[in-house]
Design a protein around this ligand. Structure first.
Ligand SMILES: C[S@@+](CC[C@H](N)C(=O)[O-])C[C@H]1O[C@@H](n2cnc3c(N)ncnc32)[C@H](O)[C@@H]1O
Ligand code: SF4
Length: 214
C-alpha cells in the first residue's frame, strides 16, 4: 500500500490539512493475458484471503497519517474484482478506521469484463466503490483471442450495462492502441464502439510488449 504525498510533505509540515490518494494492489487474475507484465498471479482463494489479512494489518499499523484527508482510493491489479465482496469490505473498513476519508472520496476498482454477475457488482457498489475501470482492449473478437483475453466484445458491452444497472455512474475502460497488425480503420472502429457506450472516461494505452503474439 502506498500513500502518495509527493511535494505535499512540505505543506504537511506547516500544519496545513492536505489530501492524499491510496493505491492498493491486488495481485490476482483469473487467467494471465499473454502480453501483460503487471505483478499478478493466478487467483487462489486461500492466497487472496491471506493477502487481504496482510493488507488490513498494514493499513492498521500505518503511522504516517498526520492531517491527511484521503480523497481517492484505487484498487488496482491484477484484478481486484477477484476478491470476495467481504474481503474488499474488510480493506475499505480498515482504511476508513485508520484514515480521515473524505465522504465524497472517489473509490475505484479495476475489474475484467465478463464473469461478474449483477449481484456481485451491486455488492461492490454498496461498499462505497463508486468508480469502475476495466480493460476492454479491443472490440475485435479475434484480437481479444490473440491477446489471451478471457472475454468477447459482447462481454464488454454486457459488463458496461451491468455496471450501469448496479448504480455505477462513473466508468472508465481501457483500449490498447497500436496492436500488432491493427489498421487505422480497425482502430477507428474500436474508438467508435467505445464512444457509443458513453463512458465517463476512456483510457487509450499504447501497445508495449516485447513478446510475439500467437
Ligand atoms: C493491469 S490491467 C488491470 C485491469 C484488468 N485486469 C483487465 O485486464 O481488464 C490494466 C491495463 O493495463 C494495460 N496493459 C497491460 N499490459 C499492457 C501492454 N503490454 N501494453 C499495453 N497495455 C497493457 C491493459 O490495457 C489493461 O487494461
Ligand atoms: S487480466 Fe489484466 S492484470 Fe491480469 S494478466 Fe490480464 S491484463 Fe494483466
Amino acid at each position: 500500500m502506498a500513500v502518495h504525498q509527493g511535494s505535499e510533505i512540505r505543506v504537511l509540515q506547516s500544519g496545513k490539512m492536505t489530501s492524499a490518494g491510496i493505491y492498493i494492489h491486488i495481485p490476482f487474475c483469473r487467467s494471465r493475458c499473454s502480453y501483460c507484465d503487471f505483478a499478478t498471479g493466478i487467483y487462489q482463494a486461500h492466497a487472496a484471503e491471506r493477502y487481504t489479512r496482510a493488507v488490513v494489518r498494514e493499513i492498521s499499523n500505518w503511522s504516517e497519517v498526520g492531517s491527511l484527508t484521503v480523497n481517492t482510493i484505487y484498487f488496482g491489479g491484477g484484478t481486484p474484482s477477484t476478491l470476495l465482496p467481504q474481503e474488499l469490505q474488510a480493506i475499505v473498513f480498515a482504511i476508513r478506521e485508520r484514515f480521515d476519508v473524505d465522504p465524497n472520496a472517489e473509490i475505484t476498482m479495476e475489474m475484467n469484463p465478463g464473469g461478474l454477475d449483477s449481484q456481485t457488482l451491486r455488492a461492490f457498489r454498496s461498499l462505497g466503490i463508486n468508480r469502475a475501470s476495466f480493460g476492454a482492449q479491443t472490440f475485435d473478437d479475434q484480437e481479444l483471442a490473440r491477446l489471451g483475453r478471457s472475454h468477447t466484445a459482447a462481454d464488454i458491452r454486457k459488463t458496461f450495462y451491468d455496471l450501469r444497472n448496479a448504480g455505477f455512474t462513473n466508468i472508465n475502460f481501457d483500449l490498447i492502441a497500436g496492436l500488432p497488425g491493427q489498421t487505422n480503420e480497425a482502430w477507428l472502429r474500436n474508438v467508435r464502439e467505445a464512444l457509443a457506450l458513453k463512458p465517463e472516461h476512456l483510457s487509450f494505452i499504447y501497445w508495449k510488449c516485447m513478446r510475439e503474439l500467437l
